[in-house]
Design a protein around this ligand. Structure first.
Ligand code: NAD
Length: 545
């Protein structure tokens, strides 16, 4: 099944639009609730076969998919750039490269990570028992991603789900439907069985239909508000959900940090993808003694950025994805101004002419004059009391606040409903680690920012309102399987002492189990043996009688 989505709804179609130019890129039928239900049901049928495939087969197919991506890399990057607005190079660096790495890691490593595991069961071993855990796939995994990393996030989640033996129904964001369809195309070209991965298209209603169709797991990436709706809807069928939600990520710069590097990292961390990353730096706390120097370096670097349409290789900052998102940025900047903060650079829509003359002369293909560019904006004098320091902005703004002590820096960083990522900048690694371990966030970098989603081997997810559950890493793989405990009694010739009927001898034995066996001590348990034998003899007599 395929369909596309796009920004303005045209009845049952969505139209995909380039946010830099307003050009229509394509339109796709919205999947009806029935079609979504059918997709889930077809997925469940295919699952019963797919779950029996060997890891070798799965690995081969995922590696084929990598080859397809490598062959079509520039074309895919152009599509990501056109539909999301991000620079072409950034689409390669921040979406294609990391997901290719994740694919080879999980293709090669899933078998080992999901290998049945023996578990130590203490003194039960003395009773001839053993236990192992096998990891069984869940079934149908429904993926509902955001638009900001429209390729790497859903593709990575789909590959991990498939390697674990699940099948996938993906509903891409309505802002990036063509990239979603391209993901389906890659799996098809790689030779995956039909319907192992299906794409359904549409906006929030289609996402809601997917939840309603009760897949066996939902991997959701998006806003806190939608995450709550999905968790509530999924509860009806007890569908388990991983929620990857918003962030307001802090960067703490101590006085001993390398300020040139910290400035470069802040600019990249705040403005890549036009600030539309869940782990964008949205709050910078700098020690007051170096605040002026760091701010000057950040402003200089920001001034040097070129903004424009993402298909040019000298462009660092593209447009915002939608008018709705841009309005939030404008509102936050106005609120900062009103609260007394200072706009050092930026603070307005960019006056960027992005259309060629030929494009401007083609009114059928281009919508109203686009104005989705917002200048990279550096704000000083911010404090946590200012409202936009507490709400996710998701745009190219970098508010800077100061602190005096390590304790204050930690308190300010933790004063947020979010806890996705954070970073600490210092040359003193002991201090860096000490601070990192006190920050409430799913990933904390020392002298690095933002990019850890790109390390597929490590768990990704948030504390507090930034999410529930994990994607990536062993922890993320474990979200996509259910552990099954296989327990074996190798001396199944005697009844268990705790079986019925209960008698005074049984109760005495249970006392012994509680005080001796459950102590974990072999010596104490040895002292229980006569009582155990007495009880077992009693049971055997009763069984025979
Ligand atoms: P959003 O919540 O508006 O939409 C996300 C997805 O949910 C879309 O595919 C949308 O169609 C779908 N949806 C909307 N309503 C739905 C409903 N009722 N039921 C089912 N599906 C529904 O978010 P967005 O604007 O696309 O993305 C921006 C947000 O995503 C930001 O908050 C950002 O921080 C977050 N994000 C988080 C991560 C992470 O890894 N934590 C990564 C990327 C983006």
């Amino acid at each position: 099944m395929s369909a596309v989505l796009a920004k303005p709804h045209k009845d049952e179609q969505i139209v995909s639009v380039d946010p830099a130019t307003g050009k229509e890129l394509g339109s796709i039928d919205v999947s009806t609730p029935d079609e979504v239900r059918e997709a889930v049901s077809r997925s469940r049928q295919v699952f019963h076969k797919w779950k029996t495939t060997s890891f070798k087969t799965r690995r081969r197919l995922v590696m084929n998919a990598r080859e397809v991506i490598l062959d079509e890399m520039d074309d895919i990057a152009h599509l990501i750039s056109a539909e999301s607005g991000k620079p072409f190079g950034e689409a390669i660096a921040m979406e294609i490269a990391p997901v290719l790495d994740l694919m080879q890691w999980v293709a090669r490593g899933a078998e080992k990570m999901l290998r049945p595991r023996r578990v130590g069961i203490g003194l039960y071993r003395l009773l001839g028992r053993s236990s192992k855990i096998v990891y069984r796939p869940l079934g149908v995994v429904g993926i509902i991603p955001a638009w900001n990393y429209p390729f790497s996030i859903p593709l990575g989640e789909a590959v991990m789900a498939l390697m674990a033996g699940n099948t996938v129904v993906l509903k891409p964001s309505e802002l990036t439907p063509l990239v979603g369809l391209r993901i389906g195309d890659i799996f098809e070209k790689a030779g995956f069985p039909e319907a192992a991965v299906q794409i359904v298209s549409g906006g929030g209603e289609t996402g809601a239909s997917l939840v309603e169709a009760a897949p066996d797991k939902i991997m959701f990436t998006g806003s806190v508000a939608t995450g709550k709706k999905i968790a509530a809807a999924a509860a009806k069928d007890l569908t388990s959900v991983v929620l990857e939600l918003g962030g307001k990520d802090p960067m703490i710069v101590f006085e001993d940090a390398n300020l040139d590097l910290a400035a470069g990292a802040a600019v990249w961390g705040a403005f890549c993808n036009a600030g539309q990353s869940c782990s964008s730096i949205e709050r910078l706390y700098v020690h007051e003694s170096v605040a002026e120097t760091l701010t000057r370096k950040i402003v200089e670097k920001t001034r040097g950025l070129r903004q424009g349409r993402g298909d040019r290789e000298d462009i660092s900052v593209g447009p915002m994805s939608s008018e709705r998102q841009l309005k939030i940025v404008e509102e936050h900047v106005a609120a900062f101004r009103e609260a007394g903060a200072k706009i050092e650079i930026g603070g307005r829509r960019a006056d960027t002419t992005v259309r060629t003359d030929a494009e401007s002369a083609d009114p059928d293909k281009f919508g109203p004059t686009p104005s989705l560019f917002y200048e990279p904006t550096v704000i000083t004098g911010a404090t946590n009391e200012m409202r936009p320091m507490q709400e996710e902005t998701f745009g190219p703004t970098l508010p800077i606040a100061t602190f005096k002590t390590e304790e204050e820096a930690i308190r300010l960083a933790n004063e947020s409903e979010f806890g996705l990522t954070a970073s600490v900048w210092t040359r003193d690694y002991a201090k860096g680690k000490r601070v990192a371990e006190q920050i409430d966030a799913g990933s904390v970098c020392i002298n690095e920012v933002l990019y850890t989603h790109g390390i597929g081997q490590t768990p990704w997810g948030g504390f507090k309102n930034s999410g529930r559950g994990r994607t990536h890493g062993l922890e993320g793989l474990m979200e996509l399987v259910q552990p099954q405990h296989i327990h074996i009694n190798r001396i199944a010739i005697l009844p268990d002492a705790w079986w019925m009927p209960y008698t005074p001898t049984a109760v005495e034995t249970f006392r012994g189990l509680a005080t001796k066996f459950a102590s974990g001590s072999v010596l104490k348990t040895a002292a229980l043996l006569p009582q155990l034998l007495k009880r077992i003899r009693e049971l055997m007599r009763k069984y025979k009688g």
